[in-house]
Design a protein. Structure first.
Length: 553
């Protein structure tokens, strides 16, 4: 006979400890997982805090959080109902003012908001184009524009369409100018911004594939071109701005060193920077890049064909060492051939130390339904005529032509710089920023009574289109070949600057005598507001209004 089953009450008592034991085991497992997750969180937070404190220091960290809290408080203030309505009114008024100024320069032609029902006759088309051509515009051919139009002369324009040529030769010639090694490579792009975007993208992809960096960080000088900030936003990269303190205004190497951490994908140096025309210590950045095995990008978009030919033209380059691929840490260089290479607008090059770095900027889709797709840069296709024009420009000038242009441009910059520093009416009122070596000279006002932006507005009325700067407030002149070669252009610029400074001093003295309140010009208002606000959202709205107006038919 088999054994009789145990009573139900006894069975439950015997099974309960087993169930309780399983629950306790499961609970302990959950506790262990929770503790591990918490520990990983603490370790990650500690690691990030360590690198943050090392990068910015105790005082810098406190200032960082103070500015963040101040900005947040100001954002909340702007959202208050009464404040928001006032801001909206001011933005609307500013937008209307922008539209009226732009509209004032547009000739009285018919507005074309849709395709004509019937084709225009050649005579009608020529008439409309002639009207547009006669519209008010900047007098760049007389050298009245700072930068923007990098014109190489009428003779060059005539031969730009002489031959179509592959961009490979353009890249090869630019590589040779920057002393690239045999294994170096490059690509043509549509401009400096795209070249910079490609360099940052390549560095990000390299760090991801080779070091598994999933939270990339980028270190740039505070004076580096805004295209690096655009790249950081586009590609979701954390950005660190290393200071460029006075009086040199070059990037602080100790600050860059402290900001480096395992997530750093790229260091950047300008050659020269856009705001002040100052060259960063590329050789020192190169040593830093090598010691931490991090790529280094040199932004030579503005320097383009001037920097590599400075010594041949008889001018100093840099005391810190080589500015190109001769510095072993330099892995990429951006060069705008449409600036001082005098190619048609829409031409630039991105150069790499080797082909593997260039491959990281490629986009390839092998399984697309439309066929195998490959693209070397952001643009899917580019006008061949632009590249042909670039090739023609380079072949037409040659090394001697570019050396001659470099001599004229840099000499003109020196003349302007010397006048600002030595002219009795300018000395003590204006001061050159840093030690520029190429084509740009920037200056600020050292007289508290003279607002540099009022000088900008006054020069604009005299049809001089200079570039306004901030942090510190200043102006800069990018000398172009038309400015350097147009008879009397530089002398005229100096004479007008002297006259404007005299007039501003007289206005200030008259206001003081009469007890009048100072009325700021449009540039002074914009940059004065921008510099005083902890949160720049209001300024951003003004810029959005301006950009929207450009596309308003």
């Amino acid at each position: 006979m088999g054994s009789s089953p145990l009573p139900v009450s006894l069975q439950s008592k015997l099974q309960r400890p087993v169930q309780v034991s399983r629950l306790k085991s499961f609970s302990r497992t959950l506790d262990l997982i929770r503790n591990v997750v918490f520990l990983l969180f603490v370790l990650r937070f500690t690691r990030q805090s360590f690198y943050f404190l090392r990068g910015y220091g105790p005082v810098g960290s406190l200032l960082y959080f103070y500015r963040a809290l101040r900005k947040r408080a100001y954002q909340l203030f702007l959202r208050a109902p009464g404040v928001r309505s006032q801001v909206d009114k001011q933005i609307a008024a500013t937008k209307a003012d922008i539209e009226s100024k732009i509209a004032a320069d547009i000739p009285e032609t018919s507005r074309n908001l849709s395709l004509p029902a019937e084709p225009w006759s050649p005579e009608h088309l020529r008439s409309e184009l002639a009207t547009l051509a006669a519209a008010k515009r900047t007098r760049w051919e007389e050298g009245k524009v700072s930068g923007a139009v990098y014109h190489g002369g009428d003779e060059l324009i005539k031969c730009l369409s002489c031959r179509a040529q592959d961009g490979a030769e353009v890249v090869a010639m630019v590589l040779s100018l920057f002393n690239a090694p045999p294994e170096a490579a490059g690509a043509t792009t549509s401009g400096g911004t795209e070249s910079i975007l490609m360099a940052v993208l390549s560095a990000r992809n390299k760090a991801y594939h080779e070091r598994n960096v999933t939270e990339p960080e980028l270190i740039i000088p505070s004076t580096a071109h805004a295209a690096f900030q655009k790249a950081a936003e586009y590609f979701k990269i954390k950005l660190h701005l290393a200071p460029c303190p006075a009086p040199a205004y070059t990037v602080s190497i100790p600050h860059v060193r402290r900001l480096i951490n395992p997530n750093t994908i790229l260091l950047v140096g300008s050659c020269p920077n856009y705001p002040h025309g100052i060259i960063d210590p590329i050789a020192q950045l190169s040593k830093l890049a090598i010691s931490h095995s991090i790529p280094l990008h040199v932004d030579c978009c503005l320097g383009s064909f001037l920097v590599p030919l400075l010594s041949q033209a008889g001018f100093p380059t840099s005391l810190s060492g080589p500015l190109d691929f001769r510095s072993p840490g330099v892995t990429s260089i951006s060069v705008d051939t449409h600036k001082y290479g005098f190619a048609p607008k829409g031409n630039s090059c991105i150069l790499y130390r080797n082909t593997s770095l260039r491959r990281y900027q490629y986009f390839i889709s092998p399984s697309w339904s439309g066929g195998v797709y490959g693209s070397p840069s952001i643009a899917g296709s580019r006008p061949g005529a632009l590249i042909a024009g670039c090739w023609a420009s380079m072949m037409s000038l040659g090394v001697s032509g570019y050396v001659s242009a470099t001599n004229k441009i840099v000499a003109a910059r020196q003349t302007l710089q010397n006048a600002i520093s030595e002219h009795p009416d300018l000395k003590g009122t204006l001061k050159v920023i840093g030690d520029p070596l190429v084509s740009v000279v920037a200056f600020l006002s050292v007289d508290p009574a003279i607002d540099i932006y009022d000088i900008a507005d006054a020069m604009s009325k005299r049809e001089w289109h200079l570039n306004s700067l901030q942090d510190p407030p200043g102006l800069h002149v990018a000398v172009t070949l038309p400015m350097a070669t147009s008879e009397g252009a530089v002398d005229s610029l100096i004479e007008d600057l002297v006259s404007v400074v005299r007039e501003e001093k007289e206005k200030v003295n008259a206001r003081v005598r009469n007890g009048e309140k100072v009325k700021k010009g449009s540039t002074a208002q914009l940059y004065g507001v921008a510099g005083s606000l902890p949160d720049k959202s209001v300024v951003e709205r003004v810029v959005v209004a301006y950009l929207d107006t450009l596309y308003k038919a």
